[in-house]
Write a protein that binds this ligand. Structure first.
Ligand code: PLP
Length: 384
């Protein structure tokens, strides 16, 4: 076994796809400390700078002092405290849904909810956008269901699959992200809502990157385009903390409480995490100014990169891909940025499709226009 493991790692290295963990520490002003240097942070997902916000850190500490370090059991046994119920209710109010449930992580939510849903009917077909996150792939693989991937953001391809592959099954689920994690483009939710209605499918939307940043009051794109039966999102990105939520009807909530393994067999999120969630839910609706600034920075970055001749794909959010193509070029550009004090880390396959290795630039409301211009200058010298 160990020989195979060594050979596996060798093959990864040969393809310039070797990855390793590096110590980093978020700092103020959109900066990050890495290898003893302060870098401009365009790689973390702390889009609103909430990870170090005093209201989050203090509320987290207060919750820990008051309620303890752990929750003691899964939510189904004794792990649901009054604080969990309060946060559940606040998420439902934030998302405009009947109910919500706090879960341990977004990865765990997708990996557990999808197979749980697919179990409800004798036969289920899942239709997922080809660019969905790894955790959705994990959920689809674990589900006893036929899984069909439609061309990215292509409603026509989805309709073709629903018609040809969706007719002979008992139930259908459509899965998309609202803001795609690696391309930063947005799903056409009205079109997906219409297709879900027409074909009797349940629409499942992952708002990991939209929550806090997009939609009315930062409540995500489903807040502007209602219709999805089930919306999940995370507290780990713009909301600055950790953990996930699912927002849905009381019917679906009851079903998940009975059928979702990640909820039933995993310990409930601890008090400190709930404290940070609670503080983020208080702050996020008031941050329209930060969201407008972030949108402006993102547009400036896209305009600048396109002016330099780079493809930013369909980016329409704070995530701006700078696509260079090969793994080698992405690594080299990442190094060039690092030398200039910029953390713009290369993203390579299998995270993104082959030939689309990129620097994924994640803008943050704590950056300035000058910061964006610094990145553009640096990319420009690289281009030359
Ligand atoms: C990050 C991410 C997740 C996982 O969320 P965590 O809370 O970090 O586990 C799920 N879906 C998408 C689209 C993501 O980008």
């Amino acid at each position: 076994m160990l020989d195979h493991i060594r050979q596996s790692l060798d093959r990864i290295a040969e393809k310039d796809r070797m990855r390793a963990l590096k110590v980093a520490q978020l700092a103020d002003g959109g900066r990050i400390m890495r290898d003893g240097r302060e870098l401009l942070d365009l790689s973390s997902n702390d889009y609103l700078g909430l990870a170090r916000h005093p209201l989050l850190t203090e509320t987290a500490a207060n919750f820990a002092r008051e309620y303890g370090a752990g929750s003691g059991a899964s939510r189904l046994i004794t792990g649901t405290s009054a604080a969990h119920e309060t946060v559940d209710a606040r998420i439902a109010a934030f998302k405009g849904t009947e109910t919500a449930l706090v879960m341990a992580s977004g990865w765990q939510a997708n990996a557990g909810i999808i197979p749980a849903l697919a179990k409800a009917a004798p036969t289920t077909a899942i239709f997922a956008d080809e660019l969905v996150h790894n955790s959705i792939h994990a959920g689809c693989r674990a589900a006893r269901a036929d899984v069909h991937f439609y061309a990215h953001n292509d409603a026509e391809d989805l309709e073709r699959l629903l018609t040809t592959r969706g007719a002979g099954v008992d139930a259908r689920i459509i899965i998309t992200e609202s803001c795609f994690s690696m391309d930063g483009d947005l799903a056409d939710l009205p079109a997906l809502n219409a297709l879900a209605d027409k074909h009797g499918a349940l629409l499942y939307v992952d708002e990991a990157h939209a929550t806090g940043v997009l939609g009315r009051g930062g409540a995500g794109l489903t807040a502007d385009h209602a219709g999805a039966a089930l919306v999940m999102g995370t507290f780990s990105k713009a909301l600055g903390g950790f953990g996930a939520y699912v927002a849905c009807s009381a019917l679906l909530r009851d079903y998940l409480v009975n059928m979702c393994p990640g909820l039933i067999f995993s310990t409930a999120p601890p008090p400190a995490v709930l404290g940070a969630m609670s503080a983020a839910l208080e702050l996020v609706p008031t941050m329209d100014g930060e969201r407008a600034h972030l949108a402006k920075l993102s547009q400036r970055m896209r305009d600048g990169l396109q002016g330099l001749g780079y493809d930013t794909l369909g980016s329409a959010s704070q995530i701006v891909p700078l696509v260079v193509g090969s793994e080698k070029d992405a690594l080299a550009l990442g190094e060039h940025l690092l030398e200039a004090g910029i953390a713009g880390l290369p993203i390579r396959p299998p995270t993104v499709p082959k030939g689309t290795s990129r620097i994924r630039l994640a803008l943050r409301s704590t950056l300035s226009s000058e910061d964006v211009d610094l990145v553009l200058d640096c990319v420009s010298t690289w281009r030359r």
